[in-house]
Design a protein around this ligand. Structure first.
Ligand SMILES: NC(=O)c1ccc[n+]([C@@H]2O[C@H](COP(=O)([O-])OP(=O)(O)OC[C@H]3O[C@@H](n4cnc5c(N)ncnc54)[C@H](OP(=O)(O)O)[C@@H]3O)[C@@H](O)[C@H]2O)c1
Length: 258
């Protein structure tokens, strides 16, 4: 019989590692854990057990990404869950980003997500769930977090449209939109001072709520009341005003605010 699996990208740390833990409670034969760091993935396999299958891949590289399609062709699993969680983020002015950094951010945050959906859906069945980890950054443009926020807009829009296209198949796609989450993605100190992140939550809370919402077939998962308020405010207020408020708050952390 074909094995029933979950695929989690960015599984080596942060929110992805928590998804790995919650998936262990599901009826699955294997959980394919994808990230660049083989060392961290092996440590997770040792800590969490042999259901965790170590698949080291750099998703910014087309050949490595497409090799996941080859694995699927060879093994023909039933994919119960696909969690597109791997992501890159950095704050800064547009001038601070190299061409390579722009390319790899878009490759990991956008291209890999869409390509993995396309590669995985043929192996999904009624009840299979896709979770695309977007962000509250997708609610409006964010100067100085511009590249990241723009990729998160892509992720949310792609995921929600995909959910409509999947209607009638029993497969759903959920855009997960947390605000600040306490992971290694966030720089916690600036000039020796601890940075305060309003509404920050632990990564396990995001993963648990996202899985619950995905099982209910929701096209968006918003973890806390704080994020719900951000979502409503971004709809009610003119975007220029929201952007100005954001710039006012973050300018002390960015050297080249014009
Ligand atoms: N933390 C937040 O405040 C926050 C808020 C909203 C949304 N999110 C989103 O949540 C997701 C997870 O973020 P996180 O906070 O858990 O970040 P994190 O702790 O930095 O984890 C990012 C994961 O992505 C993997 N990754 C990075 N580049 C990769 C590449 N080229 N190929 C394969 N894997 C790669 C990393 O593993 P390796 O380094 O081993 O490759 C790591 O496992 C991201 O999509 C992020 O945008 C985060």
């Amino acid at each position: 019989m074909n094995k029933r699996i979950a695929i989690i990208t960015g599984a080596s740390g942060g929110i992805g590692k928590e998804f790995l833990k919650v998936m262990l409670q599901e009826e699955l034969d294997e959980i394919w854990a994808i990230a660049r760091s083989q060392e961290k993935l092996i440590a997770l396999n040792k800590a969490l057990g042999d259901k965790v299958i170590v698949i080291p891949k750099d998703l910014s590289k087309s050949a490595e990404l497409l090799s996941i399609g080859e694995l699927l062709k060879n093994q023909k699993p039933v994919i119960a869950y696909l969690v597109n969680n791997a992501g890159l983020a950095r704050m800064g002015s547009y001038e601070d980003f190299t061409v390579e950094e722009i390319e790899s951010t878009i490759n990991v945050n956008c291209s890999a997500l869409a390509i993995l959906c396309t590669l995985c859906i043929p192996y999904m069945v009624k009840g299979s769930r896709i979770l695309n980890i977007s962000s509250a950054s997708s609610f409006q443009p964010l100067p100085y977090l511009n590249l990241y926020a723009a990729t998160k807009v892509f992720e949310r829009a792609y995921s929600r449209s995909l959910n409509v296209e999947l209607k009638g198949t029993g497969i759903t796609s959920t855009a997960v939109c947390p605000s600040w989450v306490d992971t290694g993605l966030l720089i916690k100190e600036f000039n020796g001072k601890r940075i305060k992140f309003p509404g920050i939550v632990a990564p396990d809370r995001v993963a648990k709520k996202a899985l619950k919402d995905a099982k209910r077939g929701r096209d968006m998962s918003v973890c806390t009341l704080y994020v719900k308020c951000l979502h409503i405010l971004a709809k009610l207020y003119p975007q220029r005003m929201v952007m100005n408020t954001w710039v006012h708050k973050v300018k002390k952390y960015v050297e080249k605010v014009h």
